[in-house]
Design a protein around this ligand. Structure first.
Ligand code: ADE
Ligand code: ZN
Length: 326
């Protein structure tokens, strides 16, 4: 069996996926037509060609403007279902997906529209594709604490259908400390906590995510490799890191996939998982990330299995379900 066939058949969980980042240009044009929204570029090819980023902010500017075509519950449902179909083809059995409610409420789309559309797609994914999934509500860290509190308040009617809260968007200049009190409230509500940290931001942001936000997972975490004491802490705590190689390459977090820190992260004993982040923008879904690392860094089949096991172990599935998958 070829390495790519092996990866294709490997059951896995996806723990770092922004549903808005799975909006393929084809669906973007379909929704633009459906909702009579005009797009700045006139073809799928032109949109794909514009996905040439030099850093996180470059990408975010395009990502937020792309999301403007999402207007109705049906749109969010279609977006979700399209992702789950791609994920099923990659042998994803469970997904914990991010959504960014503020990206929608700030342009007048009610919280209810986004979440009910996504929840409907998740029900279909379970029934038709056998994929279980949960939702993680992300706060946009370039916005202020009050806005995050208002978003958490808006989520209260759906509290039982939300797995947890996350922190995303522009990292540098927006440290985890800015959201300490919101994360405390989320913890009091019984929600899981995760945060993007150490993607572009310094190792100190990872320390803050651990100590101030009390996170259950670190999203990305690449820059932990600059701080041996932090690596020890993450290993001791058995902290799961949701690493996204194609994203790292497209956003110039790493200049060459062959020099991605994944092998040293595994050697250090970190609980690494591989994920797609924003697959429509970064050139591939989860299996492409596994393939890129296997092809370019030489991680072995045993290590790929270890990564897939980490993805279930680091998920928030009940222990019995984890055991069933592992
Ligand atoms: N939002 C969507 N993708 C993101 C990423 N890679 N980092 C921070 N915020 C994001
Ligand atoms: Zn991300």
């Amino acid at each position: 069996m070829s390495l790519h066939e092996f990866i294709a058949g490997l059951p896995k969980a996806e723990l770092h996926l922004h549903i808005e980042g799975s909006l393929e240009p084809e669906l973007m044009f379909e929704l633009a037509k459906r909702n009579r929204v005009s797009l700045p570029l006139d073809s799928v090819e032109a949109v794909r060609a514009a996905y040439d980023f030099s850093n996180l902010q470059d990408f975010l500017d395009i990502y937020y403007s792309g999301a403007d075509v999402l207007r109705t519950e049906q749109d969010f449902h279609d977006l979700g279902l399209a992702y789950f179909r791609r994920a099923a083809a990659d042998s994803v059995r469970h997904a914990e997906i991010f959504f960014d409610p503020q990206t929608h409420t700030d342009r007048g789309i009610p919280f209810q529209v986004a979440i009910d559309g996504l929840l409907a797609s998740m029900d279909r994914a379970e029934a038709e594709l056998g994929i279980s999934s949960r939702l993680i509500l992300c706060f946009l860290r370039h916005l202020d604490e009050d806005a995050a509190f208002a978003t958490l308040k808006a989520a209260e009617p759906w509290q039982d259908q939300i797995l947890g809260v996350g922190l995303d968007s522009s990292e540098v200049g927006h440290p985890p400390s800015k959201f300490q009190r919101v994360f405390e409230r989320a913890g009091d509500m019984g929600l899981k906590r995760v945060a993007h940290a150490g993607e572009e931001g310094p190792p100190d942001y990872i320390w803050q995510a651990l100590d101030l936000l009390k996170v259950d997972r670190i999203d990305h975490g690449n820059r932990a490799m600059e701080d041996p004491a932090l690596i020890r802490r993450l290993v001791e705590q058995g902290m799961t890191l949701t690493v996204c190689p194609l994203s790292n390459h497209k956003l110039c977090v790493v200049d060459d996939l062959a020099r991605h820190p994944l092998p040293s992260m595994l050697d250090a004993g970190l609980k690494v998982t591989l994920n797609s982040d924003d697959p429509a923008y970064f050139g591939g879904y989860v299996n492409r990330n596994y393939e890129a690392m296997a092809d370019q860094t030489g991680v072995t089949r045993d290590q790929l299995v270890e990564i897939a096991i980490n993805s279930f172990a680091g998920s928030c599935l009940p222990e019995a379900d984890k055991a069933r998958h592992i």
